[in-house]
Design a protein around this ligand. Sequence first.
Ligand code: ITT
Length: 200
Amino acid sequence: MALDGVVVATSNPGKLREVRAILADLEARLLALDAFAPLRFPEEGDDYEQNAAAKARTCAQATGCLSLADDSGLEVEALGGRPGVRSARYGGPDLDDAARVARLLEELSGVAAEKRAARFVCVAALAHPDGRVVTARGSCEGRILGAPRGSAGFGYDPVFLAAGTGLSMAELPESEKNRLSHRARAFRALRGRIDAALTG
Ligand code: ITT
């Protein structure tokens, strides 16, 4: 089934909302996956680029539409970069966002504020129905707080102090997160390719 628009291949409603805001002035409708029959995505591996490309390509081939996806994660220096590409799977499949945050704080208990450096990473992918894929990466520096703050956003936002703001990602106004986030940077870097795909 082909529709007129670009499909955002994510099952995470927080991501969908952000991608729509970041690409608000795009010359195409951004369609949610639920406009289509349920899709099965491949198991995720340990490489952001490959995971993002696989999600976008699977969606583009199944829907016949240009498709966007992202694979993202939180890299904590004191944990050697974990949970990183496995951020959605951190602590096992049964945890929700709040439980993953609690587990992260527990793992970091006793680690001093200046040793809690972290970064969010996002790889955005654009796939054509013929299988071609391009990707772009963005990141955002910060630090893990001692306790959650704020209620906006999703995932690890309440414990991520965004560098230079004095606020957690969940305390920032949405427009501000969508200006400085890893996701904003990745999709802005991909923007020229998306525009070209829509006109070409
Ligand atoms: P899709 O694969 O369906 O897009 P997902 O949530 O499983 O959704 P990922 O595999 O890319 O997506 O996992 C990324 C995880 O990293 C996500 O579940 C959050 O826990 C975390 N994360 C990514 N971006 C984030 C952000 O902007 N704020 C807070 N946490 C974020």
